[in-house]
Design a protein around this ligand. Structure first.
Ligand SMILES: Cc1cc2nc3c(=O)[nH]c(=O)nc-3n(C[C@H](O)[C@H](O)[C@H](O)COP(=O)(O)OP(=O)(O)OC[C@H]3O[C@@H](n4cnc5c(N)ncnc54)[C@H](O)[C@@H]3O)c2cc1C
Length: 420
């Protein structure tokens, strides 16, 4: 093992946001010998940030699990996650267009219920005795040159050597770092995810399916225990906030989703019908974020969705957030703050930019699925072309057919390696 450098000049850190990015960052900083305190706007352990709450599920990619492994926290996901053995693509006609296998040499992507993931990570953070202050929203922060003072919604102040903004897509810290930072754009769809406690439909035996519905996009997985998870993007011309969408009510949305999928010959209509209203999570508007030019200023920096939000369908948001959290902690362990933030950006920018580009622009099978966050479903001609070309496109490049996510998944952080 390489000799450890003397500890960096950073002794303490304020982490704003108690989502995945914030809690993983706090654990990574703790491992790096830096005392971290987390400040979360909401009271509950399952935060109501972007897409969190009852009903939803998500996948944690191999690269996300490997980031957690670097800080001895991979068990949080492995203990609760169901392996996803392949990614299937289906047309609204029910036709199976392609099946992509995961790279054999990497751990399987895992499906997790969102509430269970947050609870597991919160438990692990508590086991490491890291303070998490809930119900304290960051209002403002002052960089004094020697440290940062944060002003919180309960009137209290908190001080530390640095401040990390892990406060999600609508980050306050991002605006403090750069008041000209762009705002998220409405992508023309509303997002829903659900847990179906019980369905008569057969198990998909580990396969996660993405369906190009006639009117809307739908992804689903049916588990061996008879439960199922699904995700839908419903085109909606007028932008709606999450609160406005939630005010419409789960029963009404289930009715509208049932209508949107009525002519699809996939499990979508049955799964929507089998969903109890209380198990529908109305996430709200699908939003895309233009690239954030400035991640750091002085003693403040950004991680997770605050720095690099990906479309929900990319399946990479939480994994990239974990990678950035761990890399930032390595940099702060080995370098003083200014140099550490520079090193962190140069380690992270090329990778997150490449993944963002892939999920929003490249015409591959998986990114085609990711791009269904766009408002306009394909017309009849595009649908026919896609259904004809996708099976051919996914066969190209190997006798065994297409592999799902290779270069995105194959990313390992060497915690022991010195930065700089
Ligand atoms: C429907 C949906 C499905 C998705 N599916 C997947 C998937 O399958 N796989 C995947 O990897 N990713 C998925 N994602 C993306 C993933 O959820 C996000 O990328 C990830 O949760 C980002 O974590 P974060 O901690 O950066 O941000 P968030 O989860 O948004 O957490 C930010 C936290 O900061 C808090 N906060 C905000 N402002 C303040 C403030 N001023 N002071 C204090 N606290 C504050 C919020 O309350 C919140 O708890 C999905 C997203 C959506 C919406």
């Amino acid at each position: 093992m390489t000799a450890r450098t003397p500890a960096s000049s950073t002794r303490t850190a304020l982490v704003i946001g108690g989502g995945i990015a914030g809690l993983v960052a706090a654990m990574a900083l703790h491992k790096a010998g830096i005392e971290a305190s987390v400040y979360e706007a909401y009271d509950d352990a399952v935060p109501r940030g972007r897409g969190s709450g009852r009903g939803g599920g998500m996948t944690i990619a191999p690269n996300g699990q490997q980031a957690l492994e670097a800080i001895d926290a991979a068990q949080t996901v492995r203990a609760i996650g169901t392996p996803v053995t392949a990614l299937g693509l289906r047309s609204w006609t029910g036709r199976h267009l392609a099946q992509l296998s995961p790279p054999e040499e990497l751990p399987a992507t895992r499906f997790v219920w969102r509430t269970e993931l947050y609870e597991a990570i919160a438990r692990e953070t508590a086991n490491r005795e890291i303070p998490v202050h809930r119900g304290k929203r960051l209002l403002d922060a002052t960089d004094t040159g020697a440290g940062v003072t944060a002003r919180l919604s309960d009137g209290s102040l908190a001080r530390a050597d640095i401040l990390i903004g892990a406060d999600g897509l609508r980050s306050t810290v991002r605006k403090l770092i750069d008041p000209t930072t762009p705002k998220p754009h409405y992508a023309g769809t509303l997002t829903f995810t659900a847990r179906v406690p019980s369905t008569e439909l057969p198990s998909t035996s580990g396969v996660l399916y993405m369906c190009y519905g006639k009117r809307a996009y739908f992804a689903y997985q049916i588990f061996d225990d008879g439960s199922a998870a699904w995700f839908a993007n419903l085109p909606h011309r007028e932008p709606m906030t999450s609160a406005e969408a939630q005010a419409v009510g789960a029963g009404e949305w289930l009715k509208r989703l049932g209508e949107a999928f009525a002519s699809d010959r996939t499990p979508a209509p049955d799964l929507v019908r089998d969903t109890p209203a209380e198990d529908l999570l109305i996430t709200g508007p699908t939003e895309t974020m233009p690239p954030i030019q400035t991640w750091s200023r002085g003693r403040m920096t950004l991680i997770g969705d605050a720095a690099h939000a990906t479309p929900p369908t990319s399946g990479q948001g939480a994994s990239l957030a974990s990678e950035s959290a761990v890399e930032l902690a390595r940099c702060l362990r080995d370098l003083p703050p200014g140099k550490a933030f520079k090193a962190y950006e140069s380690l992270r920018r090329p990778r997150v930019d490449r993944i963002l580009k892939h999920t929003t622009a490249t015409p591959t099978a998986t990114s085609a699925a990711a791009r269904t966050a766009t408002p306009k479903p394909a017309g009849p001609v595009s649908r026919a072309l896609r259904d004809a070309l996708l099976p051919v496109a996914t066969k190209v490049g190997g006798a065994g057919g297409a592999v799902w996510g290779t270069w995105q998944f194959d990313h390992r952080i060497d915690w022991e390696e010195r930065v700089g």
